[in-house]
Design a protein around this ligand. Sequence first.
Ligand SMILES: N[C@@H](CCC(=O)N[C@@H](CS)C(=O)NCC(=O)O)C(=O)O
Length: 215
Amino acid sequence: MSLRLYYHPLSSFCMKVLTALYEKDLPFKKEVVDFMDPVASASFTEIWPIRQFPVLRDEARGKTIPESSLIIEYLDQHYPGKTQMLPADIELAFRARQLDRFFDLHVQVPMQKIVTDNFRPEGQNDAFGVNECKKKLAVAYGILEKELANTVWATGDHYTMADCAASPALFYANLTVPLGAEHPNVSRYLDKLTNRPSFARAVEEAQPYFHMRPE
Ligand SMILES: N[C@@H](CCC(=O)N[C@@H](CS)C(=O)NCC(=O)O)C(=O)O
């Protein structure tokens, strides 16, 4: 097995890549990175000094790839498996990348900021920043409500990388700033994502770690 994923089951960006790997039904080795373990933490720092996961290591091709979207594109190119995550049509592929960026930058990033503020040392919280991120999430939900009207998946009839990005982004964002009655399209879409076996499997694997999430 040449693919090795450095990740944590609870991490939203890692769940995005896991979802793609499960969609593709590819064999890979899981390396759970525990930052609390000094040895594991130091060895991950050697692999990727930026110290963010997910990171994919491909021994067969001698490549180390950080960044969830790049990992999925790399898999599509070199290990397509059962499902292609970027459509062959260049317009649809552009749309998938565009929505992938939206879910990462305008849903996951503000959600992460709100959640990780709970882990800051006492007296060093950023109430203003957290409040701004709550407002940004509300704006993002409003945009998505329009984008997701009359569509099965994010980019149309076919499941793509944008749906892999949307799954953990909306799943965790909804726990942080719940979707309201004014978001029926986003709520319906989130239901579809959580019922998709690939993402449902990633959530199930994260269950033993959910107690580590702040309420
Ligand atoms: N742009 C990166 C973001 C990755 C990211 O933020 N990962 C988080 C976990 S969800 C992380 O490693 N956090 C630890 C840190 O930033 O120190 C991607 O798409 O992979």
